[in-house]
Design a protein around this ligand. Structure first.
Ligand SMILES: Cc1cc2nc3c(=O)[nH]c(=O)nc-3n(C[C@H](O)[C@H](O)[C@H](O)COP(=O)(O)OP(=O)(O)OC[C@H]3O[C@@H](n4cnc5c(N)ncnc54)[C@H](O)[C@@H]3O)c2cc1C
Length: 403
């Protein structure tokens, strides 16, 4: 029987398994996962930390789902090396053969080489185990300091804050989320976070983590020392590619794939945070799902020698901050110079909307403080919906009504 092997039981691997099963009811599908858990919803870890949801809510499927779909799920098993010529994935103890392979190994937190980074209570958050550790520390400590004020750093700050801990964020850039929002929205966001009791050090670089054995402070390059009980590093991610590198596999930031999620090795596909398409490795949830589906479907077609392949359509990455009481949404390239900007500001209610328009289409948008319109705008940008009777004097709300 034809065998599809999927490495990584995250959301991308799970969707690859589902799509492969839909496309080929009879093939053998094996999903290998390094962690001891079934697939879980990583994006909900901040809510798990803040105890808005319990652990069960993280799992879309129990053991029976894998059995019912005839998917062999091997947990607590790590692939350490590949033999693409022999079509084998190697563990420390075993060799697993395949006819088609999908690498969905995701990414891991990037740990910057800051002196003192090996002290106790300096950690990153990627897994359920990391989240349980943060929860425990937040409940037994007074102060947490987060290095990195990106989207995940801000969500972590809010999760820890809800458990009663004081929170500092140290951010290198002079303002928050400079790639996702403009200065005006950054200011509103800063104000809203400070109102929630989160202290933010902008334009600040960490020189060292101080403390004997256990971290007790974060020393900034300015000389300021922030006293702290624990530190969360939120300084980006890197694709998990080390175990898969071989001369024949093209790897840049991540494993390079074409529009069918095929890699440079015939019969080997990649998806999600581990994959790079068109020079992009966005490392976001919706892309992991769609690439997983494409890779799974096409791996099944590959083994059947059937040319009816699925094509991956590149998605616009978007940012949607999940902090209760703060709406901050952005989509598209907000630095585009060739767009006309349509702006709505209400200082009283702290609403700010900026639409970037070109050829009667919304190309990008920033929405602060107005949750009711984000979905409409997202759809309009994704579908490049034509704005009827557009002229530059139209108000933002009238334009949105017309969509
Ligand atoms: C706390 C948190 C919140 C997030 N929030 C958002 C959000 O709001 N929106 C958003 O778009 N994105 C968010 N993300 C990013 C999102 O979770 C990822 O883009 C997504 O999980 C990628 O899915 P994946 O399946 O490609 O990789 P992963 O989720 O990383 O899964 C890969 C799996 O492969 C396993 N693996 C790796 N190497 C091996 C090996 N050699 N052998 C066997 N198994 C292996 C790993 O254990 C892992 O379970 C968040 C991430 C985190 C950590």
């Amino acid at each position: 029987m034809n065998k599809i092997l999927i490495i990584g039981g995250g959301i991308s691997g799970l969707n690859a398994a589902k799509a492969a099963r839909d496309a080929s009811p009879d093939c053998e599908i094996t999903l290998i996962e390094a962690e001891k858990n079934n697939t879980y919803i990583r994006t909900r870890l901040p809510e798990f930390i803040s105890e808005e949801i319990d652990k069960e809510a993280l799992f879309p499927y129990g053991d029976t789902w894998y059995e019912e779909n005839n998917i062999r799920y091997i947990k607590d098993c790590t692939i350490t090396e590949m033999d693409y010529t022999g079509k084998m994935a190697l563990t420390q103890a075993d060799r697993i053969s395949y006819d088609a392979l999908i690498i969905a190994s995701g990414s891991s937190p990037f740990v910057p080489g800051i002196p003192g980074g090996d002290k106790l209570n300096v950690l990153s958050v990627r897994t359920i185990a990391d989240s349980e550790m943060v929860k425990e520390l937040a409940k037994s400590s007074s102060v947490c300091t987060i290095i990195g004020g990106g989207l995940l750093g801000l969500e972590m700050a809010w999760s820890v804050r809800q458990l009663g801990c004081s929170v500092n964020i140290v951010e290198f850039a002079p303002r928050l989320l400079p790639r996702q929002i403009d200065e005006q929205a950054s200011e509103l966001l800063l104000e809203a976070l400070m109102e929630k009791g989160i202290n933010i050090y902008l334009d600040s670089q960490t020189e060292e983590f101080v403390g004997s054995g256990k971290v007790s402070g974060v020393k900034l390059k300015s000389g300021t020392v922030i006293e702290t009980d624990f530190v969360i590093l939120s300084t980006g991610v890197r694709a998990n590619v080390a175990s898969f590198k071989k001369d024949e596999l093209t790897v840049n930031k991540a494993i390079v794939v074409d529009g069918f999620c095929q890699t440079s090795v015939a019969g080997v596909f990649a998806a999600g945070d581990a994959a790079e398409y068109n020079g992009n490795n966005f490392c976001i949830w919706p892309i992991a799902i769609s690439q997983g589906r494409v890779a799974g479907h096409n791996a099944a077609r590959y083994i059947e020698k059937n040319a009816d392949l699925l094509k991956y359509t590149e998605q616009q990455p978007f940012t949607n901050l999940k902090i209760k009481g703060i709406t901050m949404f952005s989509i598209g390239d907000i630095s585009a110079k060739d767009c006309e900007a349509l702006v709505y500001t209400d200082k009283q209610s702290k609403k700010y909307i900026k639409l970037f328009i070109k050829d009667s289409n919304i190309k990008a948008a920033i929405v602060f403080g107005e949750p009711s319109i984000t979905l409409t705008i997202k759809k309009a940008v994704d579908m490049q919906k034509h704005i009827p009777h557009y002229d530059s004097t139209i108000s933002v709300y009238d334009l949105i009504k017309s969509l």
